[in-house]
Design a protein around this ligand. Sequence first.
Ligand code: DC
Length: 203
Amino acid sequence: MSSIVIAIDGPAASGKGTVSKAISEKLQFHYLDTGKLYRAIGAKYLEGDEPISAAKNLKYEDLDNYDLQKPEIAKAASEIAAIQEVRASLLNFQRNFSRKMPGAVLDGRDIGTIVCPSAKIKIFLTASLEARAYRRYLELQKTNSELKLEFIIDQIKERDERDQTRSSSPMVAASDAKIFDTSELSINEAIDEVYFYIQARIN
Ligand code: DC
């Protein structure tokens, strides 16, 4: 018997992390936030490490060793994520994770297209730039009240462009993914909608 893989992709601050975690808890599936892999390498790169060797030597502990939510780490993550060799080094780790029984939820940018193209369920979560930036702003305000909304809008816009236009595994909805726009939804509404869709496909 093989595991049930749920691929949840989407741009920064689309709500995919919160939704993916909640879905994994409801289904008692394993959960991997693949953005953390790129962020941990981004953090090492900011410390002076070479990204390709940082990716090859990445350890599970590295995912908890840094304050990975920082905007400068997000930017560095998006930069190193454009390097083909970095992406290739992370493939096995992600695919092995997806085989965990009884199932696994992976969120990222290329899960439904490249990492797990045969995932049973593929979801692409999106929202307007303004809605996403405002959510990220509220979240970051808890730790840094100096950050301005305009700065966050610019950062997310720049990251979206880089993630969508890179030649290696660009962020794109898989042709067989169900697209959800969460701009007008609360986080609980988004979780309910996605969970309803998944349940109908798992049973
Ligand atoms: O999901 P996130 O914001 O934590 O991701 C940070 C960066 O990592 C994102 O801008 C692009 C990169 N990333 C990627 O290229 N592929 C993934 N599967 C996940 C993240």
